[in-house]
Design a protein around this ligand. Structure first.
Ligand code: SF4
Ligand code: SF4
Length: 100
């Protein structure tokens, strides 16, 4: 699943990465792979900004603004029992189509 294109706030600092692989284990959307003993972002548009990788990275190599994108919409829908919506679902001017 992809979300809005080119808006994910995910940042990886390769110089801080130790290649431990934790991010590949916890990311629900397989955003990372390990290449040459370092994490690589394969497709940042798959990131739902859940923050799991940041919370589990032992070396502070990752940053993301949690809860600013579609992950927030999904969580809010679970809490409220309503339909997921972050304001871009079904919008004809949404880059990349649907998100939630
Ligand atoms: S914030 Fe969540 S979805 Fe995005 S790369 Fe990290 S673990 Fe994966
Ligand atoms: S969890 Fe952090 S240190 Fe470990 S591979 Fe991923 S980015 Fe690198």
């Amino acid at each position: 699943m992809k979300y809005l294109l080119d808006v994910a706030s995910l940042e990886l600092s390769p110089e801080h990465c130790t290649g431990c692989g934790r991010c590949t284990e916890v990311c629900p959307h397989a955003v990372f792979v390990i290449r040459d003993k370092r994490a690589v972002v394969t497709d940042r548009d798959r990131c739902m900004e859940c923050g799991a990788c940041v919370s589990n990275c032992p070396s502070g190599a990752l940053r993301v603004q949690k809860g600013v994108g579609c992950a927030a919409a999904l969580i809010n829908s679970i809490i409220t029992g309503g339909e997921p919506s972050c304001g871009c679902s079904g919008s004809s001017d949404t880059k990349g189509g649907s998100c939630c």
